[in-house]
Design a protein around this ligand. Structure first.
Ligand SMILES: Cc1ncc(COP(=O)(O)O)c(C=O)c1O
Length: 438
């Protein structure tokens, strides 16, 4: 049975911290309301200990995609300990930021200059600021999710549905100045016609086209090439958001595998295995515009982030982590399919293998997914319908997880048949997407 200490602390947290946590994707209500452990005391490899000392195998979002090598990775931690011991913040700069800039430009030979931040959303805001400064234009056309800041959420000012279908439906624009309405426009992945029409309708006004080069689905042949041509013809800066896709299949941006280079690429999350770090890399003419505007923050200069990123990238390359992440993800996808077929549970499996997810193709799918999480938690797994692979996931752990999935899928099938899904749930059905939590 799940422990009580974490859920109790979370109930208290909601009275002190609006929304309970700083990250939507960590809200327990999205997983298993009232029972999700919510907090951890320590973590190592792919294992997490909750506040009651219960050891759980994490087969869910795994550090929300940040800890690509695994929790408390010994090599990254050694570099971080050294950075802490040497002093992580002084009046002078840390040399690691120059070394990291060289490495990022070596990995992405089209890029010549680099700036840093510590979080993904703020790094995207920097990239957009640079694009606007470089072009002298205001408008941005985007596809996908790119963080919490005004330039992004402004898309929902024009129509509250504009961002639906762009990863996080229902993001409310409260607090974003109304005067930004119409500055951020949207298009859908693999729909170059939509992008072209929006560019035409905003001729010579678009500063940037912002997108993930790939997320769940691969680009259709020629799609990214056409985006590149459209950006060039419009004189817009092409920004690839690599915050989640980078380092999943290769030791760099996923765009390196897709044959199209942007003008700016943005990295965060996995780049430093869970220590705060973000990098904005780009061509010299575009990045130089960072000098024409004000982009500056104290903690963007500390040493832990670049030290962690250097150690993460070095190990990622040394062990060819991308290859292993793909192999683990493919095993999980195959395992889900086999388990679902033998249980007779209709299931769609989707996603880049290291960022896999499934959807039960049944009425009341969200309740079924919630019951999956409850039954997996009872068996000692943090699990939802998404699985983000970490290098630390061991084959034996994957086996244990897939055996549990096979059992649970059979039980879910029975619960659906006997219409007991809701009555078997000990708490409410999990929320999906943005919902105001009180
Ligand atoms: C593609 C993409 N862009 C931006 C972000 C925002 O990054 P952060 O949560 O570090 O602000 C995320 C986070 O999930 C992301 O997946």
């Amino acid at each position: 049975m799940p422990g009580r200490t974490g859920p109790e602390l979370y109930r208290k947290a909601k009275t002190r911290i609006p929304g309970g946590t700083q990250l939507l994707s960590k809200r327990p209500e999205l997983f298993l309301p009232e029972e999700w452990p919510a907090y951890f005391s320590r973590a190592r490899g792919a294992e997490v200990w909750d506040l009651d000392g219960r050891k759980l195998l994490d087969m869910s979002y795994c550090g929300i995609g940040a800890t690509i090598l695994g929790y408390a990775d010994p090599d990254v931690n050694q570099a971080v300990h050294a950075a802490v011991d040497a002093g992580s913040m002084t009046t002078l700069n840390c040399p690691e930021e120059v070394e990291l800039a060289d490495l990022l430009c070596e990995l992405h030979p089209w890029a010549e200059m680099v700036r840093y931040a510590r979080g993904g959303g703020e790094a995207m805001a920097i990239a957009v600021r640079i694009a606007r400064a470089c072009t002298g234009r205001d408008k941005v056309i985007l596809c996908g999710y790119h963080g919490w800041t005004d330039w992004y959420v402004a898309a929902n000012l024009a129509s509250t549905e504009a961002l639906d279908g762009h990863l996080l439906p229902g993001i409310p624009p409260a607090g974003v100045p109304r005067s930004l309405a119409g500055t951020t426009l949207t298009f859908h992945y693999n729909q170059p016609g939509e992008l072209e029409a929006t560019l035409d309708a905003n001729s010579r006004q678009v500063a940037a086209i912002v997108m993930e080069p790939m997320r769940s689905r691969p680009p259709e042949p020629g799609f990214l090439q056409r985006v590149r041509r459209l950006a060039d013809a419009a004189g817009a800066v092409l920004i690839f958001d690599e915050i989640t896709a980078a380092l999943r299949v290769n030791s760099g941006g996923i765009h390196l595998t897709l044959g199209v280079n942007p003008d700016i690429a943005v990295f965060a999350k996995a780049i430093s295995n869970g220590y705060p770090m973000a990098a904005i890399i780009g061509t010299a003419p575009v990045m130089q515009a960072a000098q024409d505007t004000f982009i500056s923050s104290t903690y963007w200069t500390e040493r832990i982030g670049p030290a962690a990123a250097l150690a993460t990238l070095a190990k990622h390359r040394r062990v060819d982590a991308g290859r292993r992440l793909v192999a683990i993800g493919e095993r999980i996808q195959q395992g889900w399919r086999t388990a679902a077929a033998s249980a007779g549970l209709p299931l769609t499996v989707d996603g880049l293998p290291p960022l896999s997810h499934f959807t039960p193709d049944v009425p009341g799918a969200q309740a079924v997914r919630t019951l999956f999480t409850q039954k997996m938690l009872d068996r000692g797994f943090l699990a939802t319908n998404s699985f983000y692979a970490m290098y630390a996931h061991q084959p034996v752990q994957v086996d244990l997880y897939l055996e549990a999935c096979a059992e649970v899928f059979r039980e879910l099938r029975q619960a659906i048949e006997h219409e007991t899904v809701r009555s078997e749930l000990r708490g409410p059905v999990a929320l999906s997407g943005f919902a105001r939590l009180t």
